[in-house]
Design a protein around this ligand. Structure first.
Ligand code: ADP
Ligand code: MG
Length: 740
C-alpha cells in the first residue's frame, strides 16, 4: 500500500557493506529500519562498574570495568606470546587473556588496554587456576575511538547503549553500525507514524529525534525520553490496527436474530434444574442484545472453570434457533465435543429432539460432527447441517472442513478458544453470505490489561460469580522426594474410591518414549530449573498406571487411561467408565484439561506439576470440586523452594481465584512471554511496550486511535501510520491480534 521511505528500506549490505550486513543479518536485521529499531536493551554508565564477583562461570557477559594492569610476555614452554590484563570493578578482578604467535601482534591490545582506562569487555567467563577470566574478549575502551579530545570527554561520560547481541556481533559493533546509518539521516528520511497533532499534544519528540536519543544519548534523560516516545508509538500503532479491524467488522451486516418470546429459550429456561446466577442472567441479556443487532457480535465470555458458561452459550444458541437460524459449537477436542453434546442433550431433554417422534414442538435437533465418526453418522450429520434440520451442530475442527454446509449459520460459539487459530474461525465465518455472530468462551482468565492490548476489538463479558454450593478445592504441594507423603497420597486415593468418588492422576507424557501428549499444547512451556540430565524422567501415563496397579492400597481398583493418541471410541469409553465409577481412577495427560465435567471427581494428583503453567494447572484443577463435595488437588513436584517453578505452585496452593492467578502468572513470566509465543520472536514484536506496566498508556493510545479511525478510517491523512501498521503488524501479527 504505502511504500516505506526509501532510506529506511535500504538493505544494510548496501549501506554498511556485505561483511557487516551478514553479521547483523544473524540478529535478523536486514534493513536500515531494522537496525534503527534494534533498541539498546540497557545502558551502561562509565562510572558504574559491573559487579565482577557476581559473574557465573560459563556465562556470556559484557562487563564494564577499569584496567588495572597489562603485561605481555613470551611463553618459553609453548612458544608464542601472551597478554594478560587485569580489570577490576574496584572490588573483584577479572583476568583478560590473549594469545598470539609473536608478541608484536599483542602490542595493539597493550596500548589500548592502558592501566586506568575504562572499557566494556565481552566474552564467556572461564576459570584458570582459580581465577575468573575472559579469553580473547572483544572490548571497547571508553573514549579511545573518538575523533578529538572534546569528543573523547563526551564519549567518556555518555551512557553506553548495550544492545541485544550475539557473540560474533558484540554490542559496540552494533552501536557503531547504528551510528553509521543514523548520522546522515534527516527528518525527511524518517517519516513519523505519530500524527503531528498527537505528538504536540503529548510533547513527544519526532521519530528521528527519538532514535538519536535512544541510540546516542548524551545523558540518561535522553534515552528515557526517546523510549517514552517509542513506547507510545507502539501502543498507538497497535491500537489503531485494532480500531480499524473493529470499524471494518462493524461495517459488515449480520442477520439480526431477535428470538421470540415463546420459543426454545423460554422452554429451556423453564426446565433448567437450577436458577441462573445473577451474572449468567446479566451476560445473557447482553448477548441477547448483541444477537438482535445487525452488527456481527464478537464477544469474549470469560468465566472461571465451573462458572457455568455452557448454559449461557446454549441460551444464545437457542435464541438463534428461535430466529430460524443455526448455531455451531466448536470444541477443541473430540472428548469435549462429545461431552458438550451430552450436556446439551441433558439440559434440553425433549427439546433436543425437535421434529422427531416424542420431541418437543419448540425443540430443535442436535448433531455431532467430528473427524473420527463413522461414514454413516457423518453423512447424516452433514445432511442435517445443510438442510437446517439440525439447529445446533456440535463439533471439532472437522466442522470447519469445506464439505460442511449450513442452511443458515447465525452463531458460532468457540469454546476454550486458546486452542483455535484465527484462520479456523475465519473459515467458519466466511462459510455464509452474512458473517455469523461469534461468541468466544474461555476459562483462561485474561487480565484486563492483556485483553485490552490483544483483544482490543472484542467486547468482553465476565461471569463473576460461581453457581452456589460449590465445594472448595484444597491444594497442596507435595515434594516428589518425600516418600511418606507420596504413600499417603496413594492411600488417600483409595479412601476417595472407597467413598464412591473419582480421582484423576495427571502426567506430562503418554509413555516413556514420548515427549508430551500431542493434544497437550502448553505442557513443558517453561524451562526446567535443573539441567535435563540431572532429573529423573517425567511421569508418563502408561508407567504411572502400571505403577499404581502394583500398589497394595489400590488392589482391585480399576485404573483407566486417557490421552490424545487413543481413538475417539476409546476416549469415550474411558470417560464413560470413569464417570460411572467402573474405573474410578483415571490416569491421563492434560487432554482432560478443559471442560470435562464429572461431578463425583473429588481428587486430582498432578505429577511433575512444575512442568505445567499456572493457567494450565488452574484449568486442570477445575476438573475437581464441580459438585458439592469437598475436593483436594495435590501438586507433586521436584521444584525447590525459592525457584520460580515452586513459586507458581505455591500461588496455586494459595488461591483458587483465576484472576489472581493470571496476574501472578504475568508477574512471574519473563518479559516478552506475556502475550504468548505469537508475540515473541519475529521482528514485529512489541519491543518496549509492556502490557501490565503500560496499561495507562495503552488506554490513552486507544482513545487517540479510536478518534483517528473515526475521523479517517483509511488513514489517508496519516500515510506513515498506515504503513507502520502494514509493515509492523503485517502477516503473522494480524493473526496474533485475533488470537485467543
Ligand atoms: P464452565 O464455565 O467451566 O464451562 P459449565 O458450564 O461446565 O462450566 O458448568 C459447570 C457445572 O455447573 C455444570 O454441571 C452446570 O450444569 C452447572 N451449573 C451451571 N449453571 C449453574 C447454576 N446457575 N446453578 C447451579 N449449577 C449450575
Ligand atoms: Mg466449559
Amino acid at each position: 500500500m504505502n511504500t516505506p521511505a526509501p532510506r529506511l528500506a535500504e538493505p544494510l549490505s548496501k549501506v554498511l557493506g556485505a561483511r557487516t550486513a551478514t553479521g547483523l543479518g544473524k540478529l535478523g536485521l536486514d534493513t536500515v529500519e531494522d537496525l534503527l529499531r534494534h533498541y539498546p536493551r540497557r545502558y551502561g554508565s562509565p562510572g558504574e562498574m559491573t559487579p565482577i564477583g557476581a559473574l557465573a562461570l560459563g556465562e556470556h557477559v559484557t562487563v564494564m570495568a577499569q584496567v588495572r594492569s597489562v603485561t605481555v610476555r613470551t611463553m618459553r614452554s609453548r612458544g608464542g606470546a601472551m597478554l594478560e590484563a587485569v580489570v577490576t570493578d574496584g572490588r573483584d578482578s577479572l583476568q583478560l587473556t590473549f594469545f598470539a604467535k609473536r608478541a608484536g601482534v599483542l602490542r595493539m591490545h597493550e596500548s589500548k588496554l592502558a592501566a586506568g582506562r575504562t572499557g566494556l569487555f565481552t566474552g564467556t567467563v572461564g576459570e584458570y587456576r582459580g581465577r575468573r577470566q575472559l579469553t580473547h574478549p572483544d572490548y571497547l575502551i571508553v573514549g579511545v575511538d573518538a575523533a578529538d579530545e572534546d569528543e573523547a570527554v563526551l564519549e567518556a561520560s555518555r551512557p553506553i547503549p548495550i544492545y541485544p547481541a550475539v557473540a560474533s556481533v558484540p554490542t559496540w559493533r552494533i552501536g557503531r553500525s547504528v551510528r553509521m546509518v543514523l548520522d546522515p539521516l534527516t527528518e525527511a528520511d524518517v517519516p513519523d507514524p505519530l500524527p503531528a497533532a498527537i505528538r504536540e499534544q503529548r510533547g513527544l519528540p519526532s521519530l528521528l529525534e527519538a532514535l538519536r536519543a535512544v541510540h546516542v544519548p548524551d545523558v540518561d534523560a535522553d534515552w528515557r525520553r526517546g523510549q517514552d516516545r517509542l513506547r507510545f508509538e507502539e501502543a498507538l500503532v497497535l491500537q489503531t490496527a485494532l480500531a480499524r479491524r473493529r470499524a471494518a467488522r462493524e461495517a459488515l451486516a449480520a442477520v439480526p436474530r431477535q428470538g421470540v418470546s415463546d420459543g426454545l429459550v423460554q422452554a429451556l429456561d423453564a426446565r433448567l434444574p437450577f436458577p441462573l446466577t445473577a451474572a449468567q442472567v446479566e451476560v445473557g441479556e447482553q448477548i441477547a442484545k448483541d444477537l438482535a443487532a445487525t452488527t456481527p457480535m464478537l464477544r469474549l465470555l470469560q468465566g472461571d472453570v465451573g462458572a457455568g458458561k455452557t448454559v449461557v452459550a446454549l441460551r444464545a444458541m437457542a435464541q438463534v434457533v428461535d430466529s430460524g437460524g443455526q448455531a455451531a459449537l466448536l470444541a477443541p477436542t473430540e472428548v469435549l465435543a462429545a461431552q458438550h453434546l451430552r450436556t446439551l442433550e441433558q439440559l434440553m431433554g425433549p427439546l433436543a429432539f425437535g421434529g422427531m417422534l416424542g420431541g418437543d414442538p419448540h425443540g430443535t435437533r442436535l448433531t455431532l460432527l467430528t473427524g473420527s465418526q463413522s461414514t454413516g453418522a457423518r453423512r447424516q450429520a452433514l445432511a442435517d447441517a445443510a438442510s437446517g434440520a439440525a439447529g445446533i451442530v456440535v463439533g471439532t475442527h472437522a466442522l470447519l472442513s469445506e464439505t460442511v454446509q449450513f442452511a443458515d449459520l447465525g452463531l458460532v460459539v468457540v469454546d476454550e478458544q486458546h486452542r483455535f487459530g484465527v484462520e479456523q474461525r475465519d473459515a467458519l465465518r466466511s462459510r455464509s453470505e452474512h458473517p455469523p455472530h461469534t461468541l468466544v468462551m474461555t476459562a483462561t482468565p485474561i487480565p484486563r490489561t492483556v485483553a485490552m492490548t490483544v483483544f482490543g476489538d472484542l467486547e468482553t463479558s465476565l461471569l463473576t460469580d460461581k453457581p452456589a454450593g460449590r465445594a472448595e478445592v484444597a491444594t497442596h504441594v507435595v515434594p516428589a522426594d518425600n516418600q511418606a507423603w507420596l504413600d499417603r497420597t496413594w492411600a488417600r486415593v483409595r479412601e476417595e474410591v472407597n467413598a464412591g468418588r473419582r480421582v484423576y492422576v495427571v502426567c506430562p507424557r503418554i509413555d516413556a518414549d514420548d515427549e508430551v501428549d500431542p493434544e497437550t499444547l502448553e505442557a513443558a512451556a517453561d524451562e526446567p530449573d535443573e539441567p535435563a540430565a540431572q532429573r529423573p524422567p517425567l511421569a508418563s501415563v502408561t508407567q504411572t498406571a502400571a505403577m499404581l496397579a502394583e500398589r497394595a492400597e489400590l488392589a482391585s481398583v480399576r485404573i483407566g487411561l486417557m490421552h490424545g493418541r487413543l481413538s475417539a471410541e476409546d476416549k469415550d469409553a474411558a470417560m464413560a467408565a470413569f464417570a460411572s465409577g467402573e474405573a474410578p481412577v483415571l490416569v491421563s495427560t492434560t487432554v482432560i484439561e478443559v471442560g470435562v465435567d464429572v461431578p463425583a471427581a473429588t481428587m486430582m494428583v498432578v505429577l511433575d506439576a512444575e512442568r505445567f503453567g499456572i493457567s494450565q494447572l488452574h484449568q486442570l484443577r477445575g476438573r475437581v470440586g464441580r459438585g458439592t463435595l469437598a475436593s483436594v488437588c495435590l501438586l507433586v513436584s521436584r521444584a525447590e523452594p525459592g525457584t520460580v517453578s515452586r513459586e507458581r505452585l505455591d500461588a496455586l496452593a494459595a488461591t483458587t481465584d483465576g484472576f489472581v492467578l493470571a496476574e501472578k502468572d504475568l508477574e512471574l513470566r519473563r518479559e516478552g512471554d506475556v502475550l504468548g509465543a505469537a508475540q515473541s520472536g519475529g521482528r514485529n514484536s512489541l519491543r518496549l511496550l509492556r502490557v501490565v506496566r503500560d496499561a495507562a498508556l495503552i488506554e490513552q493510545a486507544r482513545e487517540h486511535a479510536r478518534e483517528l479511525v473515526a475521523r479517517d478510517p483509511d488513514l489517508a491523512a496519516y500515510p506513515a501510520l498506515a504503513s507502520a501498521i502494514d509493515s509492523w503488524l503485517g502477516g503473522e501479527r494480524e493473526e496474533f491480534l485475533e488470537r485467543g
